[in-house]
Design a protein around this ligand. Sequence first.
Ligand code: PMT
Length: 407
Amino acid sequence: MSDLHGSRVLLGVTGGIAAYKAALLARLLVGAGATVDPVLTRGAGRFVGAATFEGITGRPVRDEVWQDIPGETHVALGRAADVAIVYPATANVIAKLAGGHADDLLTTTLLAATCPLLVAPAMHTEMWEHPATRDNIAVLCRRGVDVVGPAVGRLMGGDLGAGRLVEPDEAFERLVAQLRAARSRADDLAGRRVLVTAGGTHEPLDPVRFLGNRSSGKMGFAIAAAAAARGAKVDLVAAPSALPTPPGVERHDVTTARQMHDAVFALVDVVDVVVKAAAVADFRPADVASSKVKKSDGAPRLELVANPDILADLGARRAEGHPRPFLVGFAAETDDVEDNARAKLTRKNADLLVVNDVGATDAGFGVDTNRVVILGRDGSRTEVELAAKSAVADRVLDEVVGRLPAS
Ligand code: PMT
């Protein structure tokens, strides 16, 4: 039986010459046992008729937000979908999705949908390469949308270049992969307790100043959210961060490395996994002034002392014979990235180490995306290409789940 059997696919079709290929995709999906809900934009309806999709899917084609008001068509369609794809996606619809617009049935439905979304762009090369389209695609990627293509090839009017809609079988395979990943992750951490640290610690110098770093907390909060969505009980030990607490997560706010150390060790006996995404200050000022240091007193001399290394202390505890928790460290590196990270993995006795090159502008601190390599104590190496931190979080947890002892 195929992975799509019994699933519900929302097929958004927008106005482009390639819209006819959506009928072929619909046929593949129906053939694999999926229920397909086609939603056409007005533009799509000028290229392919609703009758084609009704004939193939056996389902009514929706194209108006005003249909079935009491049944709330857009909410019902969005909620029912296991996966959604916009195939083809014009530059206009991509811009609307990036901007959160809801001015027709397709955009309204997608705003109400919480399932994985794939977008398959199709347009002329100049439109694909326009900075506005590039920005809109980057926004969608940051939100975890899977952008499929475009391919390079012959375009309308005989031009050759990037912008061609990927073929129906490629879109089909990606849909299957998304659905498979979503299904296998559902509740795969049920019954586990996961502790995540996030954000950058602050080490006070005086009542108004501190030594800190550029961590926003985004990576750690994404891991906490993903673990909770996969059924884990999640404790998030958060250094100062403006981010809201993800649903279903218990948050423990801390400020300094020593407070984080205490918060982690207070829970160490009851958690199955610790993920240390926080950027922890290695040093703190030896003395903290009790009142604000005055400029008129001249530049203060800073003496620093070492903070506890929380991950290394957890690793030492493991070495003493405690089988739990499973330890995931992060490594923020700028030079000799993987060599340094492997050394850190061994030194801190972690099970996995997630390495990010924090010298890159689109990865590491502050941004919504990351690009990592996950190194295993067992010698494994898994590369995760640039993706939304939410997607990276799931890839890290995939590696954890596969290594946890049976509960
Ligand atoms: O928060 P964001 O803006 O989303 O940015 C994400 C991130 C770049 C902070 C994150 O992806 C990341 O790399 N976190 C680890 C940063 C770090 O402190 O790296 P490190 O190489 O200095 O430390 C290695 C590991 O030891 C880390 O798991 C760290 O939490 C831990 N450590 C370090 C020092 C210390 N005193 N105690 C620790 O536990």
